[in-house]
Ligand binder design. Structure first.
Ligand code: SF4
Length: 450
């Protein structure tokens, strides 16, 4: 019988069906990568470097890790032990850190989040339950998380990036009922068929369930009959070009701007904080009153962090006059404000550029709806309804912002080389260019004569 691990325990708390799927019918190709996973791994590595100690190897599987941990305990343990694997009966856990501090045994769960979240409590409590059941002392339970007030003042100096929050009282309060819950979830794993659970809010809380596509297959399309927007409820095409008058009045040249950014749990660039959205790429289409269009772009991989170069390149090609469009322009405004902070020499021009931003999202929201948008005004929902040839699904490798961030990290960390590196770079450029070209098409569509 499979063991109830911490990740299965947390999956089961979210949804019994999810737990059953994970054990009995796992996804063939698990979506192994995401920005939260990358940020988590980066923060784990940071903590390992911060607290040097014995590290239990994980590469040979859980039983081997449990055996190695037992040998370490039998030999007297270690002041700091990373990835200790412990089993008690049908339950097995891996603790991020076990630390001895002034005679106290501490269990430290490491999370790349910036605060303690409700789901961290049962996560840490299950580990404490299994550890104590296996006779491993746990006097205190802590959460090591990211301090988002930290600023990297000097390269490599991370004092203050990690915050330790004491979860002991909350964990102790959970423990009396946790064992029973764990036993019940372990029984779910052994059911002959998946429990009957309807889709609901639990599919996204506290995490997006990886089985959404499977559960949604054959399910009725999303019910939009109670949507707050009357046009969505009506389910018909709506177009009121009068509501886009602002577009027709906007002075030329029309610039269309999009930034791609990365949020790092462990800041790399001096002067930045954890999770600040740092630009690494931009695309700019410029349309003259004559209809002539030009394009500029910038992508920093090795040069990431040289924001002066990124801002200078943008200021060189963006017209000094006219309108600057973006979609959900608050994002571009924040990127420009951050660049102004990091590049004081360009601050005046960057602030002036931000002041010219016109947000195409609220204009589109007022002027247009198509039932295929399914109640969403995201650019990726809108564009296929007005320009089917611009479907994002047709793009290679990079089809959304997170895809661009993962590609950026793959390139920056040297995970790919040769032709794959060239292909990924091209995919990033294609994706960002498509975003601003989509804005050109959208503006033309909305401002066409009625
Ligand atoms: S998609 Fe929803 S119902 Fe299906 S397994 Fe996941 S959480 Fe459960």
């Amino acid at each position: 019988m499979a063991w109830l691990t911490k990740s299965r325990f947390m999956a089961g708390r979210q949804c019994a069906k999810r737990l059953w799927f994970e054990v009995n019918e796992p996804l063939e190709a698990h979506a192994a990568d995401s920005m939260p996973l990358r940020q988590g791994r980066a923060f784990d590595e940071f903590v390992r470097a911060l607290w040097p100690g014995r590290v239990i190897a994980r590469g040979r599987g859980m039983p081997a890790a449990i055996a190695e941990t037992s040998r370490v305990f039998a030999a007297g343990g270690a002041p700091v032990l990373h990835q200790a694997a412990v089993r008690h009966g049908d339950f097995a856990v891996i603790a991020d850190v076990l630390r001895r501090d002034r005679g106290e045994s501490q269990l430290i769960e490491v999370k790349a989040s910036t605060s303690v979240k409700p789901e961290h409590l049962p996560d840490a409590a299950f580990q404490a339950l299994v550890m104590r059941s296996a006779q491993v002392a746990v006097d205190r339970v802590l959460l090591g998380h990211v301090n988002n007030q930290f600023t990297l003042e000097r390269a490599g100096e991370f004092d203050g990036l990690l915050v330790e929050a004491d979860l002991t009282p909350q964990v102790e309060a959970l423990l009396p009922t946790l064992g029973e819950q764990a036993v019940a979830l372990h029984r779910v794993m052994a059911l002959r068929a998946a429990p009957d659970v309807a889709m609901g809010p639990q599919c996204h809380l506290p995490y997006d369930c990886p089985f959404i596509e499977r559960c949604a297959r054959g399910a009725a399309p999303a019910d939009l009959s109670t949507h707050r927007d009357e046009r969505v409820r009506a389910g018909a095409v709506f177009l009121d070009r009068g509501a886009a008058a602002e577009l027709r009045e906007a002075p030329y040249p029309h610039s269309f701007l999009d930034f791609e950014t990365i949020a790092l749990a462990v800041p790399e660039v001096v002067g930045t904080r954890p999770y600040e959205q740092l630009p690494f790429q931009w695309s700019l289409h410029v349309e003259q009153a004559s209809g002539e269009v030009s394009h500029g772009e910038y992508l920093a991989i090795e040069a990431f962090g040289d924001f002066d170069a990124l801002a200078s390149a943008l200021l060189e090609v963006v017209p000094a006059q006219g309108s600057v469009f973006a979609y959900n322009a608050g994002f571009e405004a924040r990127a420009l404000a951050l660049l102004a902070r990091l590049c004081p020499a360009h601050a005046t021009r960057l602030h002036a550029l931000a002041a010219r931003l016109i947000d195409l999202l609220p204009i589109t929201r007022r002027a247009y709806y198509h039932p295929r948008m399914q109640g969403s005004w995201s650019l990726k929902a809108v564009i296929p309804t007005i320009a089917p040839d611009l479907a994002y699904g047709e793009l290679a490798d990079v089809r959304d912002g997170e895809g661009a961030q993962l590609a950026f990290l793959d390139l920056r960390e040297g995970r790919v080389d040769g032709s794959r590196r060239a292909a990924l770079t091209k995919a990033m450029l294609d994706y960002c260019r498509q975003d601003t070209w989509s804005l050109v098409q959208l503006a033309r569509f909305l401002s066409a004569a009625a």
